[in-house]
Design a protein around this ligand. Structure first.
Ligand code: URA
Length: 241
């Protein structure tokens, strides 16, 4: 593998930044003459590479946690609307990451952006029943039986019967007409949460994903902010808790 690719995969910068770092002698490779290093110098995954004296850790894939803001679509490209890939820093773009699953344009919250197709396939597979939790604000009120009906499996307007889901009512909205709840689902049908609330007689006004499997949305991450997952967080995403 080329040295500039190794450095880029470690998140050391864009290709042009990396070229400059190598030229300035900031990069060292164990067993090689630093002055002779070039962007196309061949290294291997086992090479020990240092940037500014610090050893870099090679990684094959990236796993980013985005707090998706409203107004962006969960896609890599669109002719008309802003896409979540525009929120990914330049230094990760060469991985060709993509959003793992979808959130509606008006929804916010936890969206994983990765280049790991195998993990995405695993977590998105309907057969895996990976739980996802949403915080919901809806107009209307939630009846006392709403949680029980949701647990049994709601029937949507097109006749589809949902898998059992967990509804935690925060405010039934009896007086205000504005209900608040959290719902955990294990499916990912089109507009699923909105349609489930519609089946409960409410209209979703605000939707935010707060958890996927064992990984919670970092409360410090504001809408539009993105960061890499730590190893323990990746474990929680993969294996639940
Ligand atoms: N359910 C919805 O209705 N919308 C989303 O974005 C996610 C789940």
């Amino acid at each position: 593998m080329r040295l500039d690719k190794f450095l880029a995969d470690c998140g050391a910068g864009t290709r042009s930044e990396i070229k400059k770092l190598i030229k300035r002698g900031m990069v060292e490779v164990e067993g090689m003459d630093a002055a002779a290093l070039k962007p196309d110098t061949k290294v291997s995954l086992e090479s020990r590479v240092f940037l500014g004296g610090e050893e870099l850790e090679y990684r094959e894939h990236i796993y980013l946690e985005l707090n998706k803001p409203a107004g962006y679509i969960s896609a890599t490209f669109d002719k008309r609307q802003p896409v979540v890939l525009e929120l990914v820093p330049e230094r990760f773009q060469h991985f060709k990451p993509f959003p793992m699953g979808r959130l509606d344009i008006d929804a916010e919250g936890l969206l994983i952006i990765t280049d790991d197709g195998a993990l995405a396939h695993e977590l998105l597979s309907p057969a895996k029943h990976v739980p996802k939790t949403y915080y919901v604000e809806a107009s209307g009120s939630l009846s006392a039986e709403a949680a029980e009906l949701t647990e049994k499996g709601l029937t949507l307007e097109d006749g589809y019967v949902c898998a059992p889901a967990k509804l935690k009512i925060i405010d039934p909205g009896e007086e205000s007409g504005a209900a608040k709840a959290e719902i955990e689902i294990t499916e990912g049908k089109f507009h699923q949460v909105k349609r489930m609330f519609s089946a409960l007689g409410c209209e979703v006004q605000y939707l935010k994903r707060i958890r996927i499997n064992g990984l919670e949305l970092d409360p410090e991450l504001r809408p539009g902010e993105i960061r890499e997952l730590g190893e323990d967080e990746l474990e929680k995403l993969k294996n639940g808790d």
